[in-house]
Design a binder for this molecule. Sequence first.
Ligand code: NAD
Length: 367
Amino acid sequence: MAKTVYIAGLGLIGASMALGIKRDHPDYEILGYNRSQASRDIALKEGMIDRATDDFASFAPLADIIILSLPIKQTISFIKELANLDLKEGVIISDAGSTKSAIVDAAEQYLAGKSVRFVGAHPMAGSHKTGAASADVNLFENAYYIFTPSRLTSPETLEEMRDLLSGLHARFIEIDAKEHDRVTSQISHFPHILASSLMEQTAVYAQEHEMARRFAAGGFRDMTRIAESEPGMWTSILLSNSETILERIADFKERLDEVGQAISKGDEEQIWNFFNQARKQRQAMEIHKRGGVDSSYDLYVDVPDEEDVILRILELLRGTSLVNIHINEENREDIHGILQISFKNAQDLERAEHLITENTDYTVVVK
Ligand code: NAD
């Protein structure tokens, strides 16, 4: 039976979800709320949604499923508002917030005793882009889509959500909200703090040592890439998961102190062990292995020293959805560099490998 889905917040996440839902359920009606007109217009024009409003309460009573895809604070305030609206019996309410305990606690507080169901959710994909204009039907492909069930969730709620979101091609997983926040504090929230601190430290240092800017290369770039993230989102993540994040900071300070002490003592063995252990741990984590959170499918092409090679390759790949393209400089004389092209899934990677090897004599390597 066709359902009515209401997505509140037509930003990157909300609009991408709308596209994913439409892919598998073209008969579902998708209603959209957005504060600004720009994203409402784009979502309507691109057929992501069927109807739009700037009055959140107006569409809520029409929906079988409501997805709040807004900043965490706004998600909580809309949950509060939903508690006072005349909603459909058994409506499912879900969200997309990057931290879960504060949102799940608010749902338990305001929605308990109402004839609604709630399941917290965190689609673990995204980018620094914002707004409906950046929507991508493939955004969640192979990404973890975490549900954090609570007392307001039943097994059927999860089944219905998985069915609704099947077109996202995500990997659904369930985890307790508090544990979600602990785990993400270590592997996501704290690394963002580190990246931004390192960036700031370097920027200040570079005022006195101008060469620092010029010499910063691959390692520095890898360490600071996420410092370009959207500040508003990260502020609300830190404020809604503060206790756990503060623990991570305290723990890290101790670790830094230990390395500092080893250096000042000149303890060669301790320093060696420090690096060696980290190296082994990273290798064991298989962070590059396909299927990890940031999984991508990479192809490497040796780029010969000829004109228009990159253009030629891109021309061959027209219609294949590549997610990133990067030229790794090489010091070999016979080639300009190595072109690294990342794809969203294995099929696109295979297709690209086939196209390039069939149509050129370039060396192609898939790792
Ligand atoms: P976005 O900036 O693209 O969209 C945010 C949406 O919220 C917009 O539609 C905006 O109009 C609306 N909004 C903002 N403040 C509002 C307010 N006060 N009142 C009403 N509407 C308001 O952001 P996004 O990336 O789509 O993020 C949405 C949610 O998804 C956030 O909770 C974020 O934590 C979560 N999330 C983001 C990512 C990511 O990488 N971008 C990944 C996973 C989860």
